[in-house]
Design a protein around this ligand. Structure first.
Ligand SMILES: CC(=O)SCCNC(=O)CCNC(=O)[C@H](O)C(C)(C)COP(=O)(O)OP(=O)(O)OC[C@H]1O[C@@H](n2cnc3c(N)ncnc32)[C@H](O)[C@@H]1OP(=O)(O)O
Length: 222
């Protein structure tokens, strides 16, 4: 076994515990969480919260080979933390975290900071941007692209050649027909079936999914 890379998880809430479960301890040496809010911590894990985000530069100075990953489900919040971390520690290395049960084609691209949770499948020719979140049991079929900070809820499935814009969330259990384009900053509601393209900033749901209202950047959806 090669040397394990020290790893910090930014975000110690419930999703922090999920991301911790995805970490393959053969490749990473989990150091602990960073979180600015002491109450927002995973229960019963017995693993340390080392401090807040402001402590990142000192930790990276002491452990120069360490990588970090952000465990925040909300897309815009994840982007804000990424930007803050980047300004505090410009050289930060973002880890790609893939649960050992995920099935990934070798012909895909995964951006830094992206997390793929247990039981997910990503098929050939697909490309996941930076800090994308693929939640439990998602199927991303062939030749998809998901831009930076996009996410899926559990149990999402997409057909081939689907494009999902940055910061967009595909809600729990939704399906997206092959060939569909979903714009930036969209939310597809739980259980929707998307059979038409969706423009930027739309919340869309139903079977078939139809645009319901426009959302502003950062509007909550979880
Ligand atoms: C591990 C994890 O937990 S990851 C997170 C998983 N969770 C998700 O993915 C959830 C994503 N969010 C959703 O699906 C939300 O329902 C949204 C964002 C689409 C809509 O949220 P809101 O705008 O707050 O809608 P709100 O809950 O007020 O509902 C408004 C109406 O739309 C209906 N509605 C909301 N979502 C849906 C949906 N997905 N399908 C059908 N109808 C819906 C509601 O029933 C309600 O109808 P009513 O007025 O007749 O009572």
């Amino acid at each position: 076994m090669g040397e394990r890379q020290p790893l910090l998880i930014l975000g110690a809430g419930a999703h922090g515990g999920v991301v911790r479960d995805c970490v393959d301890d053969r490749h990473f040496q989990f150091m602990g969480y960073l979180d600015d809010r002491p109450s927002d911590r995973p229960s019963g894990k017995g693993e340390p919260v080392l401090g807040g985000l402001d402590d990142l530069p000192v930790l990276l100075r002491d452990y120069p080979h360490a990588a970090a990953v952000i465990a925040i489900g909300d897309n815009m919040s994840r982007r804000r933390v990424a930007e803050r971390a980047q300004s505090l520690a410009p050289g930060v290395t973002w880890a790609r975290i893939v649960h050992p049960t995920a099935i990934l084609s070798v012909h895909i691209e995964i951006g830094p900071g992206t997390v793929i949770v247990a039981g997910s499948i990503v098929n050939c020719g697909s490309s996941l941007g930076r800090h994308v979140l693929i939640n439990t049991g998602t199927i991303i079929d062939h030749d998809n692209s998901m831009d930076d900070f996009a996410s899926t809820g559990p149990g999402v499935s997409t057909g081939g050649d689907v494009q999902i814009g940055s910061l967009s969330h595909i809600g729990i259990g939704a399906s997206v027909r092959h060939g569909i384009r979903i714009g930036r900053n969209c939310v597809i509601g739980g259980k929707a079936y998307v059979d038409r393209d969706v423009g930027d900033n739309w919340v869309s749901f139903g079977i078939p999914a139809r645009p319901q209202y426009q959302r502003v950047l950062g509007q909550s959806y979880l």
